[in-house]
Design a protein around this ligand. Structure first.
Ligand code: ADP
Ligand code: ZN
Ligand code: MG
Length: 475
């Protein structure tokens, strides 16, 4: 029995998919020649003044609406002051005191139950530059290079309330948040390129206690797996400290992926004082009347809505519907097949099996070609265990499913007389086994089926074979 409740809150940074930066016209394209996408504004040269990117505000509002937040008509930018080479102005423009969005939530399925995680706030801020160390890490580097292409790219920071209860839930929440952001198109959310980053706060408290414990902030979580592993490690580490009767130190710790453990970075006691104050170079952000409503009307169907529509309209199971929601390209194919009149479960059966593996490798087939395959299965031209072979050919040729089967001579063998004769031969060739079967060794049945299938190169209609075999064997 666990002795503690785990409490987790996440802070997520998301790079917005705007063409230009938050306060200047420089390009946000990833991977350009270092320092080729900079100007006096994002380099913080004296006298340069910021000008707010309207599209970034629109995207932040869109995220806020999709996360059920209150969107504030008036918000404000503040300076967060600190010195570091990746921050050319020596301050970051952010929204500390009056964020654009507050008090939202995200609902998602966690196991079989519906979970709701509160979103405390979403605010806009600018990205810092990128340091490239000459060695493997900052410690064993003789020098570091700095690339300011990234400096000034618009970010939203999404902060959750401390109401996530396990490392697994934290991971699922983040996956669902990412899916939602993809659906509304405000970010490409590539963790490997840093356009989605997550810091995790975790504390333990005695079971049922209402008082939150001392928290640790985890950094350097570069994947969903790292998030879950780091939290799991930290949950155990803190539990052991509390078991000994000691106190957890409030600090930031970094996840060491290679060693599979967290290591201390700095404690809150020597945390920086950011000397926040209102950004004097920007007026308050006041949204024009009606804008939020306009943005609301551009929000597409969100993952949870789609999930229930798939269950309701196509009769899909939760498992199937979830697959199609998580992989919208597959979902779209399912919708197209449904629109052609195919039953949802039939489409799911086809799309989630061998097809999924092949499509991920080679790209999708058209719904028409897939429908052609469903048709010949329905017609009984092939049996369902031949589907994979036909699929393979569909990816490799331009022929339709029907043409492939006819050309290859793969039609199912459904001629009762022919099968009857074949079965006779098989049984005659195995007289001893037939006797043992009749004497009660029923597990031999599969052997007879296998022999018939082999004799027909897998083309025999399994149902007819079964019917005939049972009759012959007298069962
Ligand atoms: P700070 O002012 O240090 O940024 P916040 O109150 O803004 O702290 O919280 C930052 C993040 O830490 C939020 O995601 C919040 O949910 C989480 N958090 C706060 N207290 C705890 C706690 N005791 N245990 C776990 N997470 C916490
Ligand atoms: Zn610039
Ligand atoms: Mg905070």
């Amino acid at each position: 029995m666990p002795k503690y409740d785990t409490v987790i809150g996440l802070e997520i940074h998301v790079a917005l998919l705007t063409k230009s930066k938050l306060f200047c016209g420089c390009s946000t394209t990833f991977g350009g020649e270092p320092n080729s996408q900079c100007c006096p504004i994002c380099l913080g040269l004296p006298g340069a003044l910021p000008r707010l990117n309207e599209r970034a505000v629109e995207y932040a509002i869109k995220a806020g609406l999709a996360l059920n937040c209150t969107i504030h008509e008036i918000s404000r930018f503040d300076r967060k002051n600190y010195y570091y080479p990746d921050l050319p102005k020596a301050y970051q423009i952010t929204q500390e005191f009056y964020p654009l969005c507050t008090d939202g939530y995200l609902e998602y399925f966690y196991g079989d139950s519906l979970a709701r995680t509160k979103i405390t706030r979403i605010h806009l801020e600018e990205e810092a530059g990128k340091l490239i160390h000459s060695g493997a890490s900052i410690i064993d580097s003789d020098y570091s290079l700095v690339d300011y292409n990234r400096a000034g790219i618009p970010l939203i920071e999404i902060v959750t309330a401390p109401d996530i209860r396990s490392p697994q839930q934290a991971r699922i929440f983040l996956e669902q948040l990412r899916l939602l952001l993809n659906y509304i198109g405000v970010s490409d959310t590539k963790m490997e390129e840093g356009s989605l980053r997550c810091d995790a706060n975790i504390s333990l408290k005695p079971l049922g206690s209402t008082q939150l414990g001392t928290r640790v902030e985890l950094k350097n979580l570069n994947s969903f797996r790292a998030l879950e592993r780091a939290l799991t490690y930290e949950e155990r580490r803190q539990g052991e400290i509390l078991d000994r009767g000691d106190k957890v130190n409030q600090e930031s710790r970094t996840w060491d992926e290679r060693r599979g453990r967290t290591l201390p970075m700095r404690s809150k006691a020597d945390a920086l004082d950011y000397r926040f104050f209102p950004e004097p170079d920007l007026p308050r952000l006041k949204l024009r009347p009606g804008w939020v409503e306009e943005i609301k009307s551009t929000i597409p169907e969100l993952p949870m809505e789609r999930l229930s529509r798939y269950e309701r309209e196509y009769g899909l199971s939760r498992y199937e519907a979830t697959f199609f929601v998580n992989y919208p390209d597959f979902g779209q194919l399912c919708e197209k097949l449904a629109a052609m009149g195919w039953e949802g479960s039939r489409a799911a059966n086809l799309l989630m099996g061998e097809y999924a593996r092949l499509a991920r490798e080679k790209g999708h087939l058209t719904p028409e070609r897939l429908a052609g395959l469903l048709e010949i299965i329905e017609d009984g031209l092939i049996s369902s265990n031949q589907t994979a072979d036909v699929l393979e050919e569909l990816f490799n040729s331009n022929l339709s499913a029907r043409e492939i089967v006819l050309e290859k001579g793969w039609q199912v063998l459904a001629d009762t007389d022919e099968l009857q004769a074949l079965i006779g031969e098989v049984l005659q060739g195995n007289v001893e086994l037939v006797e043992r079967y009749r004497a009660g060794e029923t597990k031999l049945y599969g052997f007879f089926v296998g022999q018939v299938m082999r004799a027909t190169e897998g083309k025999a209609d399994p149902k007819i074979v079964n019917d005939l075999l049972r009759k012959e064997l007298g069962t």
